[in-house]
Design a protein around this ligand. Structure first.
Ligand code: FES
Length: 302
């Protein structure tokens, strides 16, 4: 077995151990009590990245990582020590909103994802503490050459720990799908498909039907028929169990709200709109198909 294959196996086993570590559940609950103080609404929307249409946390991460990397580059050069210390400070300050955005995302996870997320957070706390110590050390002794001060070495050590944490963050996104639109791999009908009796759709009463393996939420409001993917794009909550009000459906899991007319996110934490379907009634039967724009998206993975 090659070295890279062995390394991949070791990393995979380590991550699996974290995923199964039920010992992390008690501290997770304690932290969740803190995280749940971020109320649903504008603040949570901001931290979730609703305005961006993508999660905010991965975007903010670039600032501290970039700042620490730049500081270390100056350490390698052995010059501009005061600029290096400023960069370390910038990285530390920018870690605060980055952590808050991550905490918001984490608070909506469960099970193995939540354990990996907690390990990600714990490693970041340790790594950033070491980098914080490096900032203090740099203030006492800025140094005059390449890695000739404890501060530079502490930054490098903390950066390594934060790097390990970043790997776990990547695992959350790429292996566990946290932050991914949960409808991304659905293959809804692109041709008109039979769904339900028109007479069964009563005003304001949602109905869920399975059309070609895709769950579709149908609801009539103000005499108009709406059809959306029943799976919430945030973490997959069943929208038909949510509430219908003010032209929106509210997810029962974390209260994201989607406009019935076009699926737009009216309230997060979801960042992606709900896929909408065209509808028509033929011989008393409602038919649906994916709207034209969405069907243009090719989906080889699905
Ligand atoms: S699953 Fe989180 S808001 Fe719907």
């Amino acid at each position: 077995m090659s070295l890279s294959a062995r390394l991949a196996r070791l990393v995979d086993r380590s991550t699996t151990a974290v995923e199964r570590a039920s010992v992390l559940d008690a501290p997770s609950e304690a932290l969740d009590r803190l995280a749940s103080r971020i109320p649903v609404g504008p603040v949570k929307d901001l931290l979730s990245g609703v305005a961006l249409g993508h999660p905010l946390h991965p975007v903010l991460v670039t600032v501290p990582i970039g700042a620490f990397t730049s500081a270390l580059a100056l350490d390698v050069e052995g010059r501009q020590q005061s600029a290096a210390r400023t960069l370390v400070g910038l990285g530390l300050v920018s870690s605060v909103p980055t952590a808050l955005a991550g905490l918001t995302d984490w608070s909506d996870t469960r099970g193995a994802e939540r354990r990996v997320g907690l390990a990600h957070l714990a490693l970041n706390v340790v790594g950033l503490s070491v980098i914080g110590a490096s900032w203090l050390a740099r203030r006492r002794d800025p140094g005059t050459g390449r890695f000739d001060t404890p501060g530079a070495w502490l930054t490098l050590t903390g950066f390594g720990i934060v790097g390990a944490s970043a790997w776990l963050g990547g695992h959350l996104a790429y292996a566990m799908g946290v932050g991914v639109d949960t409808t991304a791999f659905q293959r809804p009908p692109t041709e008109w498909a039979d769904a339900v009796d028109d007479a069964d759709l009563l005003e304001g009463q949602p109905v869920v039907v399975t059309v070609e393996a895709t769950s579709v939420l149908l609801v009539r409001t103000g005499g108009r028929l709406h059809a959306l993917a029943d799976r919430c794009t945030h973490r997959g909550g069943p929208l038909h169990e949510g509430t219908i009000a003010d032209g929106c459906v509210e997810c029962p899991w974390h209260a994201s709200r989607f406009a019935l007319a076009d699926g737009a996110v009216v309230q997060g934490p979801a960042t992606r709109p709900a896929p909408v379907f065209e509808t028509r009634v033929v011989d008393g039967r409602v038919q649906v198909r994916r709207d034209e724009i969405r069907t243009l998206r090719l989906n080889p993975v699905g």
